[in-house]
Design a protein around this ligand. Structure first.
Ligand code: UT7
Length: 330
């Protein structure tokens, strides 16, 4: 059998601070009923403290991952971090994580694909396993969304949260792991969801700060419509081209942006709620973190051989789906 990239361990990390809908309703004109019915979010985690970047959460997740698998950081060949809230514009957050966990023999880089970041990074990492170039690849999805959210903008601040998840990829010759993927972009969608300043088009200035252009700008409805269509289409296509009927799929692992989007994708795939991983009520949208955090939380329910579809849509626009055959019994 050809080499495939199996997920052999998964871990997650969430900061302690819980920002509830009740607390948000004291900060902006909103309420628990609106947030719950329109998004599904009840609470989200926030990384507090001075100069605490996304890498803080990524390092925690990776250290736990290494411990769980019983390997040393020096065995890692490649470490990829998916994030839109990098510690710095440069160098890559992956380099900081590699340094802090002691991955002395690894090379590393960041992937920026917004909410599709984790699945893009996962399939990228898988290529290095499948080619035989590497034996151990760590893929992290992490975002400190609280660092780019305007907590006076009720339409964005209620959705997002902070968190990190990480997986280890290793070779399988028994047909487990990442078996198929489809990723797509439509760059013309960038105007509906982005951070207006801070990059080379508009470097930081007093004006850009005053105009709040370093925060997430999102036209919610425009993003919602495309997200439902593209996430549902690509997830259904992943089933069709791998001859998977609804009964053959054990789990859908959807990006957690809005419970209504998740429900629409599951309906299109003809999957019951019982096969859909969901933790948006507890953590909100952690951007690159949502999918590995779902895998982490549900791993006790996953069985070796389970067919799993990962699916995401995000800023860019970016979207895609990945077909994974689960490789381990927890
Ligand atoms: O993560 C990847 C990409 N992102 C997404 O997938 C997000 C996609 N979009 C969404 O999830 C939804 O569009 C939102 C949750 C962002 C917004 O929900 P919506 O149902 O599309 O609301 P809306 O923006 O159409 O606003 C409806 C109303 C407006 O009031 P009026 O104009 O009808 O009087 C808003 O001002 O709801 C109001 N509103 C709120 N009310 C209470 C917006 N945010 C809030 C709020 N609390 N937090």
């Amino acid at each position: 059998m050809p080499i495939t990239a199996a997920i052999t361990a998964v871990e997650g990390y969430l900061p302690d601070y819980i920002l509830t809908n009740h607390e948000l309703s004291q900060m902006v004109d909103t309420n628990d009923e609106w947030i719950t019915s329109r998004t599904g979010v009840k609470e989200r985690r926030i990384l507090k403290g001075k100069e605490q970047g996304a890498s803080v959460m990524a390092v925690e997740a990776v250290n736990k991952l290494l411990k769980k698998r019983g390997i040393s950081a020096e065995e890692i060949d490649l470490l990829i971090v998916a994030t839109v809230t990098a510690d710095y514009i440069f160098p890559a957050t992956a380099n900081i994580v590699s340094d802090k966990v002691g991955a002395k023999n690894a090379w590393s880089f960041d992937v920026n694909a917004a909410c599709s970041g984790f699945i893009y990074a996962l399939t990228t990492g898988a290529q290095f396993i499948q080619s035989g170039a590497h034996k151990k690849v760590v893929v992290v999805g992490v975002d400190k969304m609280s660092s780019i959210i305007d907590y006076t903008d009720r339409s964005t601040c209620v959705i997002f949260g902070d968190g990190a998840g990480a997986v280890l990829l290793e070779p399988s010759t028994e047909g487990y792991g990442i078996l198929d993927f489809k990723h797509q972009v439509d760059g013309s969608g960038r105007v509906h969801l982005y951070q207006k300043a801070g990059g080379s088009v508009k470097p930081p200035s007093i004006e850009s700060v005053e105009k709040k252009e370093h925060f997430v700008y999102q036209e919610g409805q425009a993003v919602f419509k495309v997200a439902v269509k593209q996430m549902a289409d690509v997830s259904a296509e992943m089933m069709v081209r791998n001859n998977l009927k609804p009964d053959d799929v054990a789990w859908l692992v959807p990006h957690q942006a809005n419970k209504r989007i998740i429900e629409a994708v599951a309906r299109r795939m003809e999957l019951p709620d019982s096969k859909v991983m969901l933790n948006i009520h507890k953590y909100g949208n952690t951007t690159s973190g949502t999918i590995p955090l779902c895998l982490w939380e549900y791993q006790g329910k996953l069985k070796k051989g389970d067919n799993i579809i990962l699916s995401a849509f995000g800023g860019g626009f970016t979207w895609g789906a990945v077909y994974v055959k689960w490789a381990i019994n927890s």
